[in-house]
Design a binder for this molecule. Sequence first.
Ligand SMILES: Cc1cc2nc3c(=O)[nH]c(=O)nc-3n(C[C@H](O)[C@H](O)[C@H](O)COP(=O)(O)OP(=O)(O)OC[C@H]3O[C@@H](n4cnc5c(N)ncnc54)[C@H](O)[C@@H]3O)c2cc1C
Length: 306
Amino acid sequence: MSLARSFITWLSDQRPITRAIGATGMRLGFARRFIAGETLEEALHAAAELNAKGMLVILNQLGEHVTDPESARASFAAYQRMLEEISLRGLRASITVKPTQLGLGCAPELCLDLTKRLVADAAERGNFLEIDMEDSPTVDGTIALYEKIRQTHDNVGLAVQAYLFRTEADLQRLKPLRPKIRLVKGAYLEPPDVAFASKHDVDQNFVALMRVLFMDGFTPAIGSHDDAMIAKAKEFARAYGRSPEEWEVQMLHGIRRDLQDELVREGYRMRVYVTFGTEWVPYFMRRLAERPANVGFVVKSLVRGR
Ligand SMILES: Cc1cc2nc3c(=O)[nH]c(=O)nc-3n(C[C@H](O)[C@H](O)[C@H](O)COP(=O)(O)OP(=O)(O)OC[C@H]3O[C@@H](n4cnc5c(N)ncnc54)[C@H](O)[C@@H]3O)c2cc1C
């Protein structure tokens, strides 16, 4: 991991810094580059615009690591409302949740119950729920959660991270379920005994895992903005006879819009991950850490906004 990335990740834990960013980001506009807004209405508006451009959407309300059951229930209620609004407005959008937002860390049984109820609600509406993957201490709990829900529902997918050494074994374990898997590189600061540190090694593992997804009966969702990874995904789809309806590319709102448009023009399924909510600072900091050059537009906004 680069020094700049480690430094920005370290800054994410410094309260005065995150407070200053949180207080100014929406007003000065720099947070809107990655976040649709603070309200569901803004996210639904962004989703409708993306649908009009031929893109699918996956909606996420920001927030993670809740520490009490009440907050988990509040997140649950917000996701229920999201599913309802998606149906009412006829949007081509699914949802994705972070398990720690539904209580995985503080009340795992409650988390299972709430996630199951959301998946059931989504099934009734003909919709789909994906589960994000968070930092490495939560991976066992997240996979167990996924496996339990998959026993009764098939409208549920899971994200896995190419930077973790364990992911190939996890895919072998999940293979009999023939799941929809979102493959991402991984966005957290992980210790060297659990994760590849260099971009080269992460990319190499990403390609190896993509091959498994295309070859072994998974429904692949390739979550990346990396030209090389997308090119390889197209190659695997051709090699393993997967039509464009059988897999998709996912990208984050506001990143590589040019590539998103290009994929739609070429006839691929493109799904954009749209986030919103008031708890946007940790997500925003991860986006800065991925590409330290992004710090430039924050500094420019701060200088202009004074
Ligand atoms: C749909 C989706 C869902 C995700 N879900 C999860 C999850 O559940 N768990 C998890 O740990 N991570 C998740 N991530 C984040 C992921 O792990 C990576 O951190 C992120 O996607 C950057 O990796 P990359 O594959 O784009 O490749 P990189 O090698 O990081 O970047 C490739 C190129 O993409 C562009 N780019 C990438 N990031 C940025 C950025 N922040 N700002 C501007 N340009 C950028 C640049 O042009 C860069 O050269 C998700 C990513 C996507 C797209």
